[in-house]
Design a protein around this ligand. Structure first.
Ligand SMILES: Nc1nc2c(ncn2[C@@H]2O[C@H](COP(=O)(O)OP(=O)(O)OP(=O)(O)O)[C@@H](O)[C@H]2O)c(=O)[nH]1
Length: 298
């Protein structure tokens, strides 16, 4: 199953922009390099002849800055770094040959230009991966978004039907959240939403997933858990939310509670039925005074 949450995407969106700048600056760099090689009155940039030219260009400075931890863990990002260095190393060799007035054979040129093309294609591939990731994640909380929920839950439903394994879903809704916004502002409310996800990550299992279902409502998918075991797991989460105050950036501390509705996936029900059941169970929990769990029994 997919993990609980993904890192929030503001860093990734910034990376998309920075990668675009990398493409633009290297397109300009290629133009200047060709000029230096072709036009008699143009000289190569001294920086391009240095052994560490790949660290000194704008993209290189950004690449080695360590300011994008989300990318540093991606294999494709490491590959881009290798290609970028190889491209600069090749350019340096060509420029030095030109300086020494040695012939630049077509193999030298072809290998250099292939590296330059591959570098650009690899950056475009990374950008596509980032876009795919950003599109399935809720930007505020890092939970999976509603668009990704149906396909993920369908996979889980099919697994239950195929293998007979159990799976529960749980609706979580923060109690009186409007009051949090009214008292602490929308920014304070946003911090509480993020804090709820932190508490879910702490209490749920690594293979559970959290989807942002609506404003202050989340759907938890709990695979391989029998109906009897789902309740104690969610009870731990309920208590953690109730007992750990949320520290806001403005120095205030807020206490909130949440209500929960649990339903179980079974082959004879549709996925839509199970979501409706969890929703009904949640409404019942609200009607019972909130800060409690209600399980739909069929
Ligand atoms: N800060 C913040 N508020 C949100 C967001 N999305 C929805 N809300 C607010 O969530 C509140 C939900 O209010 P209600 O549906 O009345 O529910 P409630 O106050 O939690 O009351 P109960 O659910 O009945 O306990 C509204 O005030 C919305 O403006 C968001 O992304 N950020």
């Amino acid at each position: 199953m997919i993990p609980l949450v993904q890192p929030t995407s503001s860093g990734l969106l910034q990376a998309l922009e920075d990668l675009d700048k990398g493409i633009v600056s290297h397109t300009n760099w290629l133009k200047m390099l060709h000029r230096a090689l072709i036009c008699d009155d143009e000289k190569a940039d001294e920086k391009d002849i240095q052994p560490n030219a790949h660290c000194n260009c704008n993209f290189g400075q950004w690449y080695y800055s360590g300011k994008h931890p989300e990318l540093d863990e991606m294999e494709i990002f490491a590959e881009i770094g290798r290609q970028h260095q190889a491209m600069h190393d090749n350019a340096r060799e060509i420029l030095l040959k030109s300086d020494r007035e040695e012939p630049i054979v077509f193999e030298d040129y072809d290998s250099f230009i292939s590296l330059a093309i591959d570098f650009k294609l690899e950056i475009r591939k990374l950008q596509q991966q980032i876009i795919d990731q950003v599109c399935v994640v809720d930007h505020l909380t890092g939970a999976w978004n509603r668009q990704s929920m149906t396909s993920r839950l369908t996979q889980e439903y099919e697994r239950v039907v195929r293998s007979g394994n159990s799976c529960s879903i749980c609706m979580l809704d923060i109690d009186h959240f409007k009051q949090v916004n009214d008292t602490h502002g929308h920014a304070g409310g946003d911090q509480v939403l993020k804090g709820i996800i932190d508490r879910c990550v702490k209490e749920l299992r690594a293979y559970d997933s959290i989807f942002r279902y609506g404003g202050e409502e989340f759907l938890l998918c709990l695979p391989d858990i029998n109906p009897a075991a789902a309740h104690p797991l969610i009870e731990r989460l309920r208590i953690t939310i109730e007992e750990s105050p949320f520290e806001l950036n403005n120095g205030n501390s807020v206490k909130v509670t949440a209500s929960f509705g649990i339903a179980h996936i079974t082959p004879e029900k549709t996925l839509e039925d199970v979501i409706v059941e969890a929703d009904h169970a949640l409404l019942y929990a609200k009607s019972q005074g909130r800060n409690c769990i209600c399980t739909w029994n069929t």
